[in-house]
Design a protein around this ligand. Structure first.
Ligand SMILES: [Fe+2]
Ligand SMILES: [Fe+2]
Length: 139
C-alpha cells in the first residue's frame, strides 16, 4: 500500500483537477520514498524542487478555474494556497540550512494538508462549478 492513497471521496467533480490531485499524490509518494531512503540531501532537495514546481502549477490552474467561475470564496482559498507555499519553503529552507533532514516529517505534513484541503476546501469549488453548469443549461 502506498504512503498516500487516492480514494474516490477525494474527487472534486472536475476531471482535470482530479487528474492533477492524483499526480500530486503520486509525487508525494515518490518524495516520501526518497526521504525514507536516508540522508541523501541532494536527492531530497531535488524531490522538493519537483514537488514545489508541481504544487505551484496546480495552484495556479485551480485559481484560474475559480476565477473563471467567479467562485465567491476565491480569496480565502488563495490565501490557504499561499500559506501552504510558505510552509513548504520553510521546510526547504531548513533543509538548505543543513538541519537534520526533515523530508519524512514534510511528507506527513503534506499528506495531512492535502487530504484535508482536497476533501474539504477544493470540494467547495467543485460543488459550486457543478451548480453553475447546471444553471447555465436552463438559461
Ligand atoms: Fe486548492
Ligand atoms: Fe487542489
Amino acid at each position: 500500500m502506498a504512503f498516500f492513497e487516492w480514494t474516490d471521496n477525494l474527487s472534486v467533480g472536475v476531471e482535470q483537477m482530479d487528474i492533477q490531485h492524483k499526480k500530486l499524490i503520486s509525487i508525494i509518494n515518490d518524495f516520501h520514498n526518497t526521504a525514507s531512503m536516508g540522508d541523501d540531501k541532494s536527492a531530497v532537495q531535488k524531490a522538493i524542487n519537483g514537488l514545489v514546481d508541481y504544487v505551484q502549477m496546480h495552484f495556479a490552474e485551480e485559481e484560474t478555474l475559480m476565477q473563471k467561475y467567479n467562485f465567491p470564496q476565491f480569496g480565502i482559498h488563495r490565501r490557504l494556497h499561499e500559506r501552504l507555499a510558505q510552509d513548504v519553503s520553510e521546510y526547504a529552507g531548513k533543509l538548505q540550512a543543513g538541519q537534520k533532514i526533515m523530508g519524512i516529517e514534510m511528507a506527513f505534513f503534506l499528506k495531512g494538508w492535502l487530504e484535508n484541503h482536497i476533501g474539504e476546501t477544493d470540494k467547495k469549488y467543485g460543488l459550486y462549478i457543478a451548480q453553475q453548469k447546471k444553471q447555465n443549461i436552463y438559461e
